[in-house]
Design a protein around this ligand. Structure first.
Ligand code: SF4
Length: 425
């Protein structure tokens, strides 16, 4: 039996996909990297906003077109949790549908009698990998479907995470990117108190782990001790992903973000005390009832440059959310604000990247196409600017000193520096 996996959506989905492949591989199932050359395709889906659901549906149609001659298609994940009945009616030729919590059943179906071992992963990245420390979310922001898809926040067992991290380090990963829906809430549910710092300390002690990167922190659950730990611990990247979604207190209240403008400014200020820290955030523009002034307030804060990386989402009216019941803004207003926010995002990116030219950064080389692709502490792989190096004989997964020579589009170009050139920062 040969299996191919198509993994849509976020890094949390990617970890699930790698674990499914790891369990099947451990059961002797051959993993094919081509949809054409396999006996069955597993499609791991995403459906948190309508564009993601559209992508899932077009991928189902695409895979259905390919699974002819007795080959099978198994659809799993978020879209099945959210729209299972509807999708089953629309695509009766799909062999099997599996909700997130039915992943063990899918593995049993494909590898009857196999020991279900969801800790072995078949990593699909080089040098860096994701460590999913929790799943689900208990914040219930008014516009968000994730709690209804994934259920409440569940922290994973710390010993299991440390064991998984040890295995990843043993197989050569130097960077672990900590992910969840709300990573700064880690531990509160199972240990009765936040346990992110003890987890970070145990991960820092694993031989071979050089970088720990924190994604999906929440201004509601982050506290001073976490910020101090990021500053103190040399293994923790001077980088943080802190989605704020907005900054106007009335909008934040309507979004049920659990924080107001004052708290967001306070958290950002404290983080910016950490030398050389790079901050990423995500915003939603065009949220129901957002006024011109409230939108301008958000743009005004962002134009101050406190964030290095900016993810911008136009508001989507998602069925089943509380925000969908509110008076909606006209589509043209939402797309106009989206264009304006994207323009600011590009401006910020260009400005920040210009400031990095001439400086030297420890850079982890994580991919190679017609050139080497890397990233440094200030930029996360797969979402922020890439560092492109087109000379030298670099090894995937290793960290080099790279001097940034120029900004090219949304990326940076650099060259490896030798000892006497390391005058930069
Ligand atoms: S924090 Fe809010 S936006 Fe993020 S997953 Fe949870 S409910 Fe959704």
């Amino acid at each position: 039996m040969k299996i191919n996996m198509v993994s849509l959506g976020c890094p949390k989905n990617l970890v699930d996909s790698e674990k499914i492949l790891g369990a099947l591989g451990a059961a002797g199932i051959e993993i094919s990297d081509s949809v054409e050359d396999c006996d069955a395709v597993i499609l791991n889906t995403c459906a948190f906003i309508s564009p993601a659901t559209d992508e899932t549906e077009s991928e189902i149609e695409n895979c259905l077109g390919l699974v002819t001659n007795g080959r099978r298609l198994f659809v799993v994940g978020c879209a099945v949790n959210r729209y299972g009945d509807e999708l089953k009616r629309r695509y009766p030729n799909v062999t099997g549908w599996y909700r997130l919590e039915e992943i063990p059943a899918l593995i049993k179906k494909l590898a009857p009698g196999a020991a279900l071992n969801l800790r072995t992963r078949l990593p699909t990245t080089h040098g860096f990998t994701y460590l999913k420390i929790s799943d689900g979310c208990s914040n219930s922001c008014s516009y968000c479907t994730i709690p209804s898809i994934k259920g409440p926040h569940r922290s994973f067992d710390m010993n299991d995470l440390v064991a998984e991290a040890n295995e990843l380090a043993d197989s050569g990963f130097t960077e672990l990117i900590l992910i969840g829906q709300d990573t700064t809430r880690y531990g509160a549910d199972v240990y009765g108190k936040p346990m992110l710092i003890p987890l970070l300390n145990r991960l820092s002690g694993i031989p071979g782990v050089e970088w720990l990167r924190l994604m999906y922190a929440h201004p509601r659950t982050i506290d001073e001790s976490v910020i101090e730990e990021v500053a103190r611990n040399p293994k923790i990247c001077k980088y943080m992903d802190l989605p704020i979604q907005h900054v106007n207190s009335r909008i934040l209240k309507s979004m049920n973000r659990g924080v107001d403008r004052h708290r967001i400014i306070e958290v950002v200020k404290e983080l910016k005390h950490i030398a050389d820290i790079a901050l990423r955030t995500t915003i939603i523009v065009g949220y129901p009832t957002e006024t011109d002034d409230e939108f301008s307030e958000l743009m005004e804060l962002l134009s101050q440059g406190c964030f290095d990386w900016l993810g911008v989402f136009p508001y989507y009216r998602e069925p089943g959310t509380r925000a969908a019941q509110l008076p909606q803004l006209p589509e043209e207003v939402i797309s106009d604000r989206y264009e304006k926010a994207l323009a600011l995002q590009q401006e910020l990116l260009k400005q920040k990247n210009k400031e990095r030219c001439g400086k030297t950064y420890r850079t982890l080389i994580h991919a190679r196409d017609h050139q080497f692709v890397g990233h440094a502490e200030f930029c996360a792989p797969e979402i922020d600017s890439r560092i492109l190096v087109d000379q030298g004989n670099l090894v995937l997964g290793r960290i080099y000193d790279i001097q940034i020579t120029e900004a090219v589009g949304t990326d940076l170009r650099g060259k490896e520096t030798n000892e006497d050139e390391k005058g930069g920062n």
